[in-house]
Design a protein around this ligand. Sequence first.
Ligand SMILES: C[S@@+](CC[C@H](N)C(=O)[O-])C[C@H]1O[C@@H](n2cnc3c(N)ncnc32)[C@H](O)[C@@H]1O
Length: 236
Amino acid sequence: MQLPSGLLHYTTPLGAQYSGDSRLLLQELTAGSVDLFVTSPPFPLLRPKEYGNPDQDTYVAWLLEFLRPAHRALKPDGSLVVDIGGAYQRGLPVRSLHQFRLLLACTDRLGFHLAQDFYWHNPSRLPTPAQWVTKRKIRAKDTVTPIWWLSKTPHPKADTRGVKTPYSASMRRLLADPRRHFAPGPRPSGHTVSAAFDADQGGALPANLLTMPNSASNDAYQRSCRNRGIRPHPAR
Ligand SMILES: C[S@@+](CC[C@H](N)C(=O)[O-])C[C@H]1O[C@@H](n2cnc3c(N)ncnc32)[C@H](O)[C@@H]1O
């Protein structure tokens, strides 16, 4: 990759960080060279953050300026993972459809496949907009953000064995004493559960619901910002 050296922020043995308008930086990438993009772009929020937020009407066209060169730069088995927050329409207890319009534009216009939809569940999200959620109490608290995993082909490079999750307490009991806690055979759901379930795989299969609060006030990121006198990012 040949990028203007003025945009180079720092390097480590693992790679380099460049800072700049990613619409331009993405164009510099060699076609078909990238395994994975992970991005959380600005969302069309009604209450803009200090870094600026595009509006709902022009959102998809604006974001395609980034995703088109990203698609070109991806390897055939590469993936693009994009986290897209939701928003209400101005003045109405009605949701904006930009997350879904973006997904359809990526599949129908850029040729991406939806490899899988993930959801970030943030239990500590504030109950906004106050008008609908806390004052009039006509809408539930919004705590879930979709994450679209897009791929160039139906078979992007993937292996969930690298992201197993800890077993639940009941699964640990089952693994410790399968005869007592596990009976293979048909379940009321119509599924037949086989004995293979009792083998310890070193962790559980990961799910597409990622539960992570972002309100910790003394985590490694916050401490590091404090130690260096840096203001934490408003959308960490
Ligand atoms: C929702 S925030 C995500 C921040 C991310 N979680 C992080 O920790 O860096 C969106 C970010 O995109 C940045 N941004 C907006 N337009 C951009 C552009 N054209 N090129 C690169 N970054 C941009 C904003 O400055 C903001 O930091």
